[in-house]
Design a protein around this ligand. Sequence first.
Ligand SMILES: Nc1ncnc2c1ncn2[C@@H]1O[C@H](COP(=O)(O)OP(=O)(O)OP(=O)(O)O)[C@@H](O)[C@H]1O
Ligand SMILES: [Mg+2]
Length: 359
Amino acid sequence: MTEEQITDKLVSLYGSEVTTADIKAFCSMNDIHYNTVTRKLQKYKVSKGKWNLEVTQEAVEQIEKTFNAPSAQPALDCVPTPDKTFVPFGSFKDVKKIIQSKQFYPAFITGLSGNGKTFSVQQACAQLGRELIRVNITIETDEDDLIGGFRLVNGETVWHNGPVIEALERGAILLLDEIDLASNKILCLQSVLEGNGIFLKKIGRFVRPSKGFNVFATANTKGKGSDDGRFIGTNVLNEAFLERFPVTFEQSYPSIATENKILEVVASELGVKDPYFCKRLVDWGDIIRKTFYDGGVDEVISTRRLVHILRAYSIFKEKGKALQVCINRFDDETKQSFMELYDKVDATFNIPVDESEQG
Ligand SMILES: Nc1ncnc2c1ncn2[C@@H]1O[C@H](COP(=O)(O)OP(=O)(O)OP(=O)(O)O)[C@@H](O)[C@H]1O
Ligand SMILES: [Mg+2]
């Protein structure tokens, strides 16, 4: 008798769950040896003296594997790489001290765009060899993105830790970047911001913060919205949420000397040997910022944009072209006034002729 014939007959006689007594009765009825039958039913054995003819051992293992499957694994090493072009300034020293203390002490860093808020948290972690998990917050960011949820991995549904849970468990630094773009869904982090860990209701597990876990948030506003419309998409953050950050750092643009140093380091990385250009760019940025603070212009030149210009110069090898392509993002009037201003600070400069206007 084949395995199939044996199982079919057994199921029709006793159902899918059979015992030693059932098999013995079956053997005497069919004049077949007990050991021959049990050998053929080996893969259906569920425990001593019991066989389930519908569920093979293989199927049982598969089910157990599904239940015990690990959550989808993130990248192993989250320590940022030190960047040679980084020049410490502003809140950097304090940010580094907080991280070094390994205390849970959430900090909010606010300031205009492109002045090194994100970069300083990254580099503080890089210098201290600490893991950093950065989450870019948007209006769409929800509990699933932050805390985690179920994902399909190799055809199986498994729990996947969100960045917040990863950071809690690893004792890493959690960077909530651009937090003022968040909706009220961010409030799911209230208990995490109190240093209490979080209960994952979907899998019934409580996650406690490991030593070293801390949260930094960056934003262009202070979470009170942006009246002048400069930062479209920023939202008014819940007062109780903001209250959970004990300290706020106001990051401003670097001083002339620091910014000059930044541009010189970047220039040397790019192989651009033009300290004069770096100096003029810094002067130009400084004048524009002063005018901006006085309400004279609506746009500002960030440290990031000065770096962009230097990069463009290393590619196009022309100051005019580099400036042009990097300030094209502003409206025509602003572009023209920025270009004329540069012309005033750099004696060696000629305003480029707009290519689209050439015959
Ligand atoms: N301290 C610094 N040393 C060297 N480069 C810097 C420094 N700060 C800023 N930069 C330059 O400015 C760029 C922008 O910095 P970063 O992304 O940290 O700005 P941000 O303040 O987070 O801006 P946003 O508000 O738009 O997110 C960096 O990529 C770097 O090129
Ligand atoms: Mg940033």
